[in-house]
Design a protein around this ligand. Structure first.
Ligand code: GLV
Length: 331
């Protein structure tokens, strides 16, 4: 019956794989946010008030204030692997389970990390722009020299699913030596890739490429700061495809300008969007992308399917296949 339908607020135009399944399910009634831009805080609050579930992503700030104002919510289904936009502890206190979509984008994001390494090592974005400015010029034997990745040492900060896929690419394509720094030991990385667990200082001091794949937490916010960049090799390239605030952006700019590190490849910035006059956009050895790590048809459809599945399963049998705060359902 209509009155019993669960009302789902869909905050963005997510790909159809999961959304269509929710639409076709007579247990649900969907409200789709109709604009291309994210909702403002007020719009989100206003609409969430008469819904049971919010299907959202990182553009929505689901903080304590929001959750307390919307404590009637039965579930939040996040379309992302990262969930630093959500105050998960507050959601748990209020008994609101939070679903997410891990692993759906691991290959897609590892491709971006790998691509950014090559692109920044060979100045690709910068050189592309010189052509657009009419500055191709003539062949210069010592012009635009980059560096090769073969046999270099890769330092993975955060050996989770995406870190592992990135390391596999680097080992397979370039036989790189793999170091990693992670909360937990990863025996599969050690077995398959001969990866060595090291402390943060060793990772910084020994790696030719340092690639961040950790979650954004109080402990990782600005962990790549002036002090960290000073400890890296002058030839090192810093890659961040995780979250912008993991690096301290003014410190990164200073480190690049001062030659403390060679280059950087960023799919995430702080803030997002990056301002168009940010000096990083004009540096030879820097490549920046607008947070598109999961931006493939495959990954985004898989994320949509998982976000929908989390909702369907929750109402069908009280469990959420991919849940951030399982204590809410087991408690
Ligand atoms: C994208 O940034 C994600 O967390 O899925």
């Amino acid at each position: 019956m209509m009155a019993d339908k669960k009302r789902i607020l869909v905050t963005r135009d997510f790909p159809p794989a999961g959304i269509d399944r929710l639409k076709e399910n007579s247990a649900f009634e969907l409200t789709q946010w109709e604009m291309d831009r994210p909702m403002t805080r007020e719009e989100l609050l206003e609409r969430a008030k008469d819904h049971d579930v919010v299907l959202c992503t990182l553009t929505e700030r689901i903080d304590r204030e929001f959750l307390e104002a919307c404590s009637h919510l039965e579930m939040i289904s996040q379309f992302a692997v990262g969930y630093d936009n959500i105050d998960v502890a507050a959601a748990a206190e209020l008994g609101i389970p939070v679903g997410f979509t891990p692993d759906a984008m691991s290959d897609a994001t590892a491709d971006i990390a790998f691509g950014l390494m090559i692109a920044s090592a060979r100045k690709m974005f910068y050189l592309h722009n010189t052509i657009a400015k009419g500055e191709w010029g003539y062949f210069r034997p010592r012009g635009h020299l980059g560096v090769e990745l073969s046999g270099k040492t890769l330092g993975i900060f955060g050996m989770g699913r995406i870190g592992m896929k990135t390391a596999q690419r680097c080992r397979g394509a370039y036989n790189m030596e793999i170091l990693y720094c992670s909360r937990n030991r990863k025996p599969e990385a050690e077995k398959e890739l001969d990866a060595a667990l090291v402390d943060f200082d060793t990772l910084l001091g020994k790696s030719d490429i340092v690639s961040a794949h950790c979650a954004l937490t109080a402990g990782t916010r600005h962990i790549f700061n002036r002090d960290a960049f000073e400890r890296m090799k002058p030839e090192a390239i810093f890659i961040n495809t995780a979250r912008g605030p993991i690096h301290h952006e003014p410190d990164l700019i200073r480190a690049l300008e001062g030659g403390e590190i060679r280059g950087a490849g960023l799919d995430v910035t702080d803030p997002e969007p990056m301002r168009q006059d940010n000096p990083l956009l004009f540096m030879e050895n820097v490549c920046v992308l607008p947070h598109v790590g999961s931006g493939t048809n495959e990954a985004r459809n898989e994320m949509s399917a998982m976000a929908a599945d989390n909702i369907v399963e929750f109402y069908r049998n009280g469990r959420i296949p991919h849940i951030v705060n399982p204590e809410v359902l087991s408690g």
